[in-house]
Design a protein around this ligand. Structure first.
Ligand code: HEC
Length: 111
């Protein structure tokens, strides 16, 4: 019996580490290894609604960055909230700054 060389607590510790380490690694991994650019994120996510009359036009209105970030994290009525696993803090800061400073896009009609 090879295992007889190891004490029971040592074995238990080894098993516990083997089980928990991979889970810890996943939990602490950054949500997105390569952050999407603000423009891409807007086009693929925000513009899906805000560029198509599902949500109000948000470009060209100089909306304050903290207000944009709060709406994205908390949601607002029909707008869903986005978690850090979906849009990282860095991506949110970038897209909020981009939305806040971008000119209106005439192809977005709004209401
Ligand atoms: C599923 C559709 C949808 C998506 C996707 C979406 N929104 Fe919205 N958003 C809405 C709707 C609808 C409202 C209007 C909510 C209300 O006022 O009742 C809104 C409101 C807002 C407002 C407040 C606008 C105002 O006039 O004060 C901001 C800011 C905003 N969204 C930013 C974003 C950003 C940034 C993203 C991308 C990360 C995003 N939204 C993605 C639907 C969406």
């Amino acid at each position: 019996m090879k295992f007889a060389h190891y004490s029971m607590p040592a074995m238990a510790l080894f098993v516990a580490c083997a089980l928990t380490l991979p889970l810890t690694a996943i939990a602490e991994a950054p949500p997105s290894a390569t952050p999407r650019s603000a423009e891409k994120l807007y086009a693929s996510t925000c513009g899906y609604c805000h560029g198509r009359n599902v949500g109000p036009v948000i470009l060209g209105r100089s909306l304050p960055v903290p207000a944009i970030e709060a709406v994205v994290r908390n949601g607002l009525n029909a707008m869903p909230a986005f978690r850090p696993s979906e849009i990282s803090d860095a991506e949110l800061a970038a897209v909020a700054a981009w939305v806040s400073t971008s000119a209106a896009n005439p192809q977005e009609h709004g209401k």
